[in-house]
Ligand binder design. Structure first.
Ligand code: SF4
Length: 240
């Protein structure tokens, strides 16, 4: 089966109320991501290798979850790296589920193909366009990330734009640049997620919350900056 060959499933989270806002969902984690974010919580999903679960079996399992879940989120690794993504989203929708996607937008062409079969997108705004190497381990990805941002904004699909922050990864000027680009695209809400050190790719990283004065500065550029605390609470305090 074509989809089976082209979709490497690295794992499934059977139930979550956090990964698809306002919905009860399952998460299908896809194997492979060519990036190397130091704060990555799924380094085992980075290598390019066959999945550990067969997609047709996962789809059959989802069929038995109808009526218990609202939606299914395809997450990473990087889902847009998978040739079978669009077919898998379509098959999931055909079962009656809402579909969500977590992506960095690394492969904008596949993201464009997926848009017609998506109900929600969590777009990871990964790095300042002028310098992506420190944040994701590869230089020159600014145009791809910017293209994905523009595409998601223009799609009319419900979405959130978020960034996991650690001061070893982002300088204050990096964050200012990221806020300026978002503001230029007309983005009104940007979620900065607090870093959690448990199980991350770079074990030397320690907790390091965003300093209030830097947060205040970012809110002067983009008033709708929110902080997602490690317990998943959204802190919108001091938004003017
Ligand atoms: S883009 Fe996601 S999966 Fe890939 S390395 Fe970064 S955090 Fe990990």
């Amino acid at each position: 089966m074509r989809t089976r060959q082209a979709l490497a499933v690295g794992g499934v989270t059977p139930f979550t109320s956090l990964d698809f806002p306002g919905r009860l969902a399952a998460v299908v984690h896809l194997q492979f991501c060519p990036l190397a974010c130091p704060y990555c919580h799924a380094p085992h999903l980075q290598p390019k290798r066959p999945g550990t679960l067969a997609w047709p079996e996962v789809l059959a399992w989802l069929g038995r979850r109808r009526g218990l879940l609202d939606g299914v989120v395809f997450s990473g690794g990087e889902p847009t790296a998978q040739p079978g993504l669009v077919a898998a989203l379509s098959a999931t929708r055909a079962l009656g589920f809402l579909t969500g996607l977590h992506t960095s937008g690394l492969y904008p062409r596949r993201l464009a193909e997926a848009l017609p079969v998506l109900d929600w997108i969590g777009l990871d705004w990964k790095a300042p366009p002028s310098n992506t190497r420190r944040a994701v381990g590869r230089a020159g990805l600014g145009p791809r990330f910017a293209a994905a941002l523009a595409m998601v904004r223009a799609s009319g699909i419900r979405h959130e734009i978020r960034t996991t922050y650690h001061p070893a990864v982002f300088s204050p000027e990096d964050l200012r640049e990221m806020a300026r680009v978002l503001a230029a695209h007309g983005v009104r809400a940007w979620i900065i997620q607090e870093f959690s050190p448990r199980g991350v790719a770079d074990a030397s990283l320690r907790e390091a919350p965003l300093k209030p004065e830097l947060l205040a500065e970012l809110r002067r550029i983009l008033p709708g900056v929110m902080v997602r605390r490690r317990d998943s609470r959204l802190d919108v305090s001091a938004i003017s």
